[in-house]
Design a protein around this ligand. Structure first.
Ligand code: ADP
Ligand code: ASP
Ligand code: MG
Length: 432
């Protein structure tokens, strides 16, 4: 039929029994007349456990060594999966990212793909073997060191390989039936969406919906590669991520469902518990200070998200500047700011790690007035306070207290009529 690149996430290969189940599924796909290339993540929570181990040994391990350690997780799963397939009577060959031709820059922990040269994968396919590629890893073009693409990066490996091989589809197998209108792990009334656009999925991923890695969706958009997110625990059709909901051409042979003629107003609600809120208190209110602050944060390699500036309690000539950044970077941000405190002349830094970001995403927002009002009414109805607000053309985000996240998501979900009749199924995973 075609060439399918299938990626299995950690929760789909969490133990030996799951590996056997996935092996069977891969063989079934091949037997229905497809060529299959497999990308696999580390088993279960292996990556987190390796990270815990590293921290026990060293508070600040060198990036090169951390990448070498973390990539061991995917090596284990690719080898055992190849063994399981071999026992079913089919030839499978495992490849590290480097062997599969995933060439990156040398930014350890968040390497960017600079080239994909899958010569050995093509060779394996032409010989009738099933290639099994370790996700999330590559090799740096200049230093030749092993790199990782960032947490959740196996999704990106899958799309990059799919694009390089000109596959018909990139299938992402996970522990839920597809992409839902909210995270089914915290919102049981979440509804599965049959289709979603690259643009909406990018906003949801950026807002914390980790079902797909943000850079994987960006990459898929650039190469117009359809992604099919589905469960490895069921045979159900999942969710297709495509450019235009009305365009069936790319997924005609893959989906039983027809085109969507009218774009729904809302694609979904996302929440993110991974950020911290950092407030720089008593910043002198004069040109250049904001630039100096943001330069210090940028020099430390930290990505900021939302930003607000308020009149400070420290008098009218001072302001308070607040921004959000990944919680894992909070200490680094504070250290970078302390190093320029004297020069900028601000009074103090206050870091708040007890926050959540709640976002509503939908391309239909552009043309429907009242979405913002409904959103704020919904969170107010459950007593949740919005501490920071930011919007894009197709997204509204607010910062709330962390403990308010579930109630806020549920209230917004209900207010926009997204609640499903049944309960969403979560088949596995620990949500870690
Ligand atoms: P994998 O191990 O397969 O890579 P992930 O844990 O990275 O799986 O992603 C799947 C998880 O994403 C689901 O278990 C779910 O909790 C979470 N998730 C967050 N938002 C959504 C959403 N809108 N739709 C589906 N899943 C979501
Ligand atoms: N194993 C890696 C992680 O846990 C990559 C992935 O699962 O996509 O982040
Ligand atoms: Mg993932």
């Amino acid at each position: 039929m075609g060439l399918i690149v299938a990626k299995f996430g950690g929760s789909s290969v969490a133990d030996a029994a799951s590996v056997l189940r996935v092996a069977k599924r891969i063989v079934d796909t091949k037997n229905s007349g497809n060529e299959v290339v497999v990308i696999v993540s580390a088993m279960g929570d292996t990556t987190d456990e390796l990270l815990d181990l590293a921290r026990e040994v060293s508070p600040n391990p060198p990036g090169r060594e951390l990448d070498m350690l973390l990539t061991a997780g995917e090596r284990i799963s690719m080898a055992v999966l190849a063994m399981a397939i071999s026992d079913l009577g089919y030839e499978a060959r495992s490849y590290t990212g480097s062997q599969a031709g995933l060439i990156t820059d040398s930014e350890h922990g968040k390497a960017r793909i600079v080239d994909v040269t899958p010569g050995r994968i093509k060779e394996a396919l032409s010989e009738g073997a099933i290639p099994i590629i370790a996700g999330f890893q590559g090799v740096a073009r200049d230093t030749k060191d092993i790199t990782t693409l960032g947490r959740g990066g196996s999704d990106l490996t899958a799309v990059a390989i799919a694009a390089a091989l000109d596959a018909d589809v990139c299938e992402i197998y996970t522990d839920v039936d597809g992409i839902f209108s909210a995270d089914p792990r915290i919102a049981p009334k979440a509804r599965q969406v049959p289709r979603i656009t690259y643009d909406e999925m990018m906003e949801l991923a950026a807002a914390g919906a980790k079902v797909l890695h943000l850079r994987c969706v960006e990459y898929a958009k650039r190469f117009d590669m359809p992604i099919h997110v589905r469960s490895s625990f069921s045979d159900k059709e999942g969710t297709f991520v495509i450019a235009d909901l009305a365009d069936q051409s790319k997924i005609e042979k893959l989906s039983k469902q027809g085109a969507v003629m009218e774009q729904p107003i809302i694609a979904g609600v996302a929440h993110d518990l991974g950020d911290a809120k950092i407030t720089i208190v008593g910043v002198p209110d004069k040109p250049g200070t904001a630039a100096a602050i943001f330069q210090a944060v940028a020099d430390a390699g930290i990505n900021m998200d939302m930003i607000v500036q308020n009149v400070s309690a420290h008098g009218e000539t001072a302001t308070d500047v607040t921004f959000t950044a990944p919680r894992a970077d909070a200490a680094k941000a504070e250290a970078a700011l302390r190093s320029v405190q004297k020069e900028i002349g601000f009074k103090d830094i206050d870091t708040d790690e007890n926050i959540a970001k709640i976002s509503l995403v939908g391309a239909g927002m552009r043309s429907h007035p009242g979405v913002t009002a409904t959103f704020f009414k919904a969170i107010a109805s459950v007593g949740v306070n919005a501490e920071m607000i930011s919007t894009s053309e197709i997204r509204i985000s607010v910062v709330t207290r962390a403990q308010d996240a579930n109630a806020a998501v549920a209230a917004v979900h209900t207010a926009f009529g997204l609640d499903a009749d049944g309960e969403a199924v979560v088949y596995g995973g620990t949500g870690r």
